[in-house]
Design a protein around this ligand. Structure first.
Ligand code: ADP
Ligand code: ADP
Length: 237
């Protein structure tokens, strides 16, 4: 079942030079797609467009379509888009002034949704459980998120991204700042989340792509040069 489609998507920061060049692709529900390619090939630009973060860049031009369940993301209210698209970054970035509890709920604040106290507790526990962090932090949810280890902070950021129940989860090199053990846990978590979410993950790590992804995209100079099942891609002669 297709959930996300790129149609002739082109993005440029400066006139005459496309950072993303005529990308066409369809992504199915409950799949993990690895996005690979050399630095500067357009991976982050592509991810940013999916949750309308490209709009933070003043001269950026975008053409084509990004369809989320057949609705063009580029013509919907960005607040609604960001509610449906979760994002996790390379460096774990819990809000430093917020507790673990408040971090999980941060998306609700940013999106102006009001919650009752009991709802808040429920959402925090459910999402911390989903990322395997609840047992570790349940007695210290009022401590700052930044007090956790790197791997725990990244799981907290994933919980924060999932708390709004997005349709799609975007991850930009989510393990490249982590140690091998934390990386392993995050990879297992990503695989586990596939049953409920569609995940796009930018990675420089080919063996990670082979371990966790169903499909692999290779970008080069803004173009999507290869897109196939990961198994096909990694066993091609
Ligand atoms: P990445 O780790 O994704 O390769 P980079 O180190 O290339 O990121 O870039 C870091 C930041 O600088 C990003 O936010 C990116 O948008 C910005 N950036 C990259 N290239 C340029 C450029 N030519 N002009 C201005 N900003 C850039
Ligand atoms: P990747 O994530 O694959 O490293 P990016 O999407 O960051 O690639 O960059 C794609 C192209 O867009 C590169 O040529 C980069 O220099 C350029 N670029 C990225 N961010 C900016 C920016 N803020 N201003 C100008 N050019 C940028």
């Amino acid at each position: 079942q297709p959930i996300l489609e790129f149609k002739d998507l082109s993005i440029s920061y400066t006139p005459g030079k496309n950072a993303v060049e005529k990308v066409n692709a369809t992504i199915n529900e409950n799949t993990i797609t690895a996005i690979m390619g050399p630095s500067g090939c357009g991976k982050s630009t592509l991810l940013r467009a999916i949750n309308r973060m490209h709009e933070l860049y003043p001269n950026i031009k975008i053409s084509g379509e990004i369809l989320l369940k057949n609705n063009n993301i580029l013509s919907i209210d960005p607040i609604l888009v960001r509610r449906k698209i979760g994002m996790v970054f390379q460096r774990p970035n819990p809000f430093p002034n917020m507790s673990i509890f408040e971090n999980v709920l941060a998306g609700y604040g940013l999106n102006g949704i009001k919650l009752k106290k009991s709802q808040k507790k429920e959402i925090v526990e459910e999402n911390l459980r989903n990322v395997g962090l609840w047992e570790e932090v349940k007695d210290s949810v009022n401590k700052k998120g930044t007090f956790l280890s790197g791997g725990q902070q990244q799981r907290l950021c994933i919980a924060r991204a999932l708390a709004l129940k997005p349709e799609v989860l975007l991850m930009d090199e989510p393990t490249s700042a982590l140690d091998p053990i934390s990386t392993n846990r995050i990879e297992e978590l990503i695989l586990d989340l596939k049953k409920d979410y569609t995940i796009l993950v930018v990675t420089h790590n080919m063996s990670q792509a082979a371990r966790i992804s169903d499909n692999s995209m290779f970008m080069y100079l803004g173009e999507l040069v290869e897109y196939d099942s990961t198994r096909q891609m990694f066993t091609k002669p």
